[in-house]
Design a protein around this ligand. Structure first.
Ligand code: AMP
Ligand code: MG
Length: 408
């Protein structure tokens, strides 16, 4: 058995970052920006008014009660062509270009109009209510850094800085193959001793959440020929994810058949619970991760290994966000495997958050994982822990979020 950290490092060492493709702004949500994005324009493009009012020269309104002659209008999208000479003013609206000669905007609330004579109740200093050219951003400045995840705000910024097409990392393609005589597809009626395959559903959704593109290879029975046929059909796939058949039983054929098909085994068996029989190797240019069939094991292994693999291929930090929270309840001495314990968040009487480990941790019990908030990490040989002690925690919504790097 090899330690979890060593297994992760070995898996990631074999992965290359994906190249770049260009996508239209409307198709870019959730993608990872592959190059720095440089602003192509100034915003605002010229000095504009921040309010509805009158464009003035500050020098004309040094004291309250001054009167100026109205000579025109400037509205958003259509400026005033002339110049605001001393003693004159131009009606102006929010976002409208500040006319030549003017250096400030007087609020309309402070102005009284009688014909073309405008009297101002307040003094106005130069610069008042003016947004200078390039206040938001200037041509040539860095709008978004390579590696940025394109969420709604980043897409808006890309649009306003003048980009309709964005260079993004190509999505890693992850093929998912479920193995087992006992499996039927969701929606099919299982026979008496059969179950509905759920791992492919979980894994495909995870691949999508982590920025990859799932490819469904379906279910194959525990049969050498059927497995070999599935392994032979891998073209244009970055990662192959198998589920099931990963242990040492007579019907656990994945490793044997993959090896016969040319798979080079990197490692097998990790010192962790759940998920010990995880296997990693390569089949041609495809990295293969063999997940245990137990739904809890395969989901936990995916959080630890698949997420890091996809993020590495996307050029993102593969580190798992780990937080420290106080325990509610007690934990016993751990053995030599690293545990990932299903747990729920609680609020202590003083209002602080704590984490309570679920009583039963059987790796076939998927319902407890689907209801859990977190996984508590118990390092190998961890001593017993008592309530209030800080433990390392993976928050499930955080790591399963839609490529979201932000904490809850
Ligand atoms: P295996 O790794 O093939 O020995 O499977 C371990 C356990 O996981 C068995 O109880 C299987 O029935 C179950 N299992 C295997 N594949 C899946 C799947 N795709 N969805 C849900 N459970 C599965
Ligand atoms: Mg099986």
């Amino acid at each position: 058995m090899i330690p979890v950290e060593e297994a992760r490092a070995r898996l990631l060492a074999g992965l290359a970052r994906k190249g770049t493709e260009w996508v239209a702004l409307d198709d870019a949500r959730g993608r990872v920006l592959a190059q720095d994005l440089i602003a192509r324009r100034d915003q605002p493009p010229c000095a504009v008014s921040a309010m509805d009012g009158y464009a003035v020269r500050g020098a004309d309104l040094a004291a309250p009660g001054a009167a100026l002659r109205l000579i025109g209008r400037s509205v958003a999208g259509h400026g005033f062509d002339g110049e605001v000479a001393p003693g004159t003013t131009v009606r102006i609206f929010t976002g409208a270009p500040l006319p030549a000669g003017a250096d400030a905007v007087a609020l309309q609330e402070d102005a009284t109009a009688e014909g073309d004579r405008i009297t101002f109740a307040e003094a106005v200093a130069p610069g008042t209510f003016v947004r200078r050219q390039g206040l938001d951003f200037t041509t040539g400045s860095l709008a978004l850094e390579a590696g940025a995840i394109l969420g709604p705000l980043q897409l808006g910024l890309a649009a306003t800085t003048g980009h309709a097409w964005l260079p993004v990392r190509r999505r890693p393609r992850a093929a998912i193959l479920s193995t087992g005589d006992e499996l039927v597809r969701p929606g099919e009626t299982p026979g008496a001793a059969q179950i509905v395959s759920s791992n492919a559903t979980t894994l495909a959704a995870m691949v999508q959440a982590w920025g990859g593109q799932p490819v469904d290879l379906g279910i194959v029975p525990d049969d050498r020929e059927a497995l070999a046929a599935a392994f032979a059909g891998l073209d244009d796939v970055d990662i192959l994810l198998t589920s099931g058949g990963a242990s040492v039983g007579e019907h656990d054929l994945v490793q044997e058949v993959a090896t016969a098909c040319g798979m080079k085994l990197d490692f097998w068996k990790i010192a962790m619970r759940p998920g010990k029989p995880l296997m990693v190797g390569s089949l041609g240019r495809t990295t293969m991760i063999g997940f245990p069939g137990n739904p809890v094991s395969s989901a936990v292994c995916a959080i630890l290994f698949l997420r890091a693999a996809l993020r590495t291929m996307l050029g993102l930090d593969p580190a798992l966000p780990v937080r420290r929270l106080p325990l509610a309840g007690e934990l016993g001495q751990n053995d030599r495997r690293q545990d990932y314990l299903r747990a729920s968040l609680e609020t202590l009487p003083d209002g602080a958050a704590a984490v309570r480990v679920t009583r039963r941790q059987d790796s076939s019990m998927f319902a407890t994982l689907a209801r859990a908030d977190a996984l508590v990490i118990r390092p190998p040989h961890a001593p017993p822990a008592s309530p209030g002690e800080l433990v390392e925690v993976i928050l499930l919504p955080e790591v399963l979020g839609d490529l979201d790097r932000f904490p809850l």
